[in-house]
Design a protein around this ligand. Structure first.
Ligand code: LLP
Length: 433
């Protein structure tokens, strides 16, 4: 957090709004986004492309955090978006997101999802597998229409990141394999289908990646495929989409480049490859999720019980946990946490920040240095904006928190806190007779 985020009461502010006031007004646990950070990151990505003078699309990977307000902000910054389910598509459409700027991803899109995407004429369908080619063909015939598609390829690159976050290695559930000729076969099928307009190729190598290398290799690989396909099939890809995955800094030990540095390297690689092969410079698309919303998000928690096992770090328990942020339990993800009422206070102890869920693994932080806290202290966990709320659950029938957008010293509720009544909303009583 920066110096200017601390107000004259010494409290942490987000988007110019005092976190103490936010907690008081909306309750905790609370998820707060600094909207200007979201805007600035989208602008930073666009700036790279503008400086390189290439055609491009910055597509927000909305799985990182989706709600109507988020799609509105992405749209107002001129971003495209990609969705991976009927639910995300529905939300984007509810937000009036320009449908031409929506791409539909997924490794097992259902018939109903494909029908919905085609009926609404989404900008692109990113085809993942042969089953999908069949389903899409069926839907296009039924609706007697055409659609722009891309082929998702598996470039055979293992990104240095958590195993669950790798997607580009050969043995992956996503995309067409290059080595075995599957990708060529997919190309033949799509080229032969007059209702599918193949605009380009796509690869996504993983998430929370710190090294340039993987992206450069992926960009190179995609250009090689494009060149091969041009010489073998006379097909010229117009768009190269290198996916997302640009890593962000969560804790002091993380040293990623700035997200836009990754993009710079990708653009450079593609330009070089194109030049060497006299291939027309394609449009370059990226799909960042985490880097757009991660650093903009904060989780506010109120502390409750405290347990001290002699000789061990105390457990400081908060009113949220794995239901609003499963990443520590699922990926051993780490975050920094500060005392919101005095982020600059001297750090006097190391604690474990425990969640309230009935599971030993529900520890939000294994070792966090904090000033003295008591029951009722307000903590702010930083950089929680990606894959937090979007992976939230109702485990233990805890309601999901509210989400607030803060900008220009004003706060607005964008997702209401779930109520207890919401939790039984879908339940039906069981009739014993
Ligand atoms: N494009 C595709 C095709 C993807 O599968 C993903 C993420 C992205 C773009 C965006 O990647 P990002 O820029 O956000 O890294 N739940 C995990 C992350 C899963 C990422 C899934 N795909 C986590 O919390 O770390």
């Amino acid at each position: 957090i920066s110096e200017d985020q601390i107000n004259n009461q010494g409290h942490l502010t987000i988007g110019g709004v005092d976190t103490v006031a936010l907690a008081k007004k909306y309750g905790t646990p609370l998820i707060v986004y600094d909207v200007s950070k979201i805007r600035n990151q989208i602008r930073a990505f666009k700036k790279v492309f503008a400086a390189e003078d290439v055609k491009y699309a910055v597509s927000y990977a909305s799985k990182a955090f989706a709600c109507i307000a988020m799609y509105q902000v992405a749209a107002s910054e001129g971003a495209f978006t990609d969705v991976v389910s009927a639910g995300e598509l529905y939300t984007a459409l509810k937000a009036n997101f320009s449908v031409k700027k929506i791409s539909f991803h997924g490794n097992n899109k259902s018939l109903a999802e494909i029908e919905m995407a085609v009926k609404n004429h989404v900008g692109k369908i990113i085809i993942d597998n042969f089953h999908e080619i069949k389903l899409l063909d069926q839907v296009l015939r039924e609706q007697n229409t055409k659609i722009d598609v891309m082929l998702r390829l598996t470039p055979g690159i293992s990104a240095h990141t958590h195993e669950y976050d790798q997607t580009g290695q050969v043995d992956s559930k996503f995309g067409f394999d290059l080595e075995s000729g599957q990708a060529d076969l997919a190309l033949e099928q799509v080229l032969a289908n007059s209702r599918m307009n193949l605009v380009g190729i796509h690869a996504h190598i993983g998430s929370q990646i710190f090294e340039l290398n993987g992206f450069e290799m992926a960009a190179k690989k995609l250009m090689e495929v494009a060149e091969n396909w041009r010489s073998q099939y006379g097909y010229t890809a117009k768009i190269i989409n290198v996916g997302g995955g640009f890593g962000i800094k969560y804790v002091a030990a993380d040293h990623p480049l700035k997200p836009e540095e990754f993009v710079k390297a990708i653009v450079k690689t593609i330009k070089q490859e194109a030049k060497a092969a006299s291939f027309p410079i394609p449009e370059i698309d990226i799909e960042p999720g985490r880097s757009i919303v991660g650093p903009a998000g904060y989780n506010l928690y109120t502390t409750g019980s405290r347990k001290i096992v002699p000789g061990h770090r105390p457990y400081v328990t908060v009113d949220g946990g794995m239901g609003d942020n499963i990443r520590p339990a699922l990926y051993q993800a780490e975050y920094e946490t500060v005392l919101a009422t005095n982020p600059q206070a001297e750090l006097t102890e190391h604690v474990r920040i425990a969640g309230k869920y009935c599971e030993s693994g529900d520890i939000l932080a294994e070792d966090q240095a904090l000033p003295a806290t008591r029951s009722g202290s307000l903590l702010a966990m930083l950089d929680t904006g990606a894959y937090g709320y979007s992976m939230a659950s109702n485990y233990n029938r805890n309601p999901r928190p509210a989400v607030v957008f803060a900008e220009n010293s004003k706060a607005q509720l964008v997702i209401k806190r779930e109520s207890l009544a919401d939790l039984v909303h879908l339940d039906q009583s069981y009739n014993e007779d």
